[in-house]
Design a protein around this ligand. Structure first.
Ligand SMILES: [Mg+2]
Length: 155
């Protein structure tokens, strides 16, 4: 399972560089992030839970289409609950994991620094991206390590 953020991961957030929208009205993803995510999914067969603050904007089937339109062949199986209580990302993900104890093997890919406060065992499964750069090959190698060797992770 991959807990996937979009801003700062699939889209890099350099303020000077406007992000173009595709025809569906949602932002284009960075080419490198697309290649990296596809490689991760191909190597691990993991499916995706969306964590992005945009999650409530579209139902799951439309997210599926948004990823397909961006040439990603991935399975989006769920998204976090609508964030009605304005929780930080750390608490949103903790709530989801508490509600889904069956999820043991996962990685969290996100640029949200609140995740640095995750409990130790979960923080070992965090790959924190740089907001200005987005997803990199180095992030992906770490993510593959976490997913393939869930019990051997060192921080
Ligand atoms: Mg983000």
């Amino acid at each position: 399972m991959i807990f996937l953020d979009i801003d700062g991961v699939m889209i890099s957030a350099a303020g000077w560089k406007p992000v173009e929208n595709l025809e569906d009205g949602f932002s284009a993803f960075s080419k490198r992030a697309i290649d990296c995510l596809q490689y991760l999914v191909n190597q691990t067969n993991a499916s995706i839970v969306l964590t992005t603050s945009h999650k409530s904007t579209y139902p799951l089937y439309q997210w599926d289409q948004i990823f397909k339109t961006r040439n990603l062949n991935v399975t989006i199986c769920d998204k976090l609950d609508d964030n009605l209580k304005s929780l930080n990302r750390k608490d949103e993900i903790l709530n989801y994991l508490n509600a889904h104890p069956e999820i043991e093997n996962y990685v969290i890919i996100d640029d949200d620094k609140s995740l640095n406060d995750l409990p130790h065992s979960m923080k070992q499964k965090l790959v924190l991206t740089s907001s200005l750069i987005g997803l990199t090959q180095e992030n992906i190698e770490r993510a593959i390590e976490i997913l393939n060797h869930p019990t051997l992770v060192e921080s």
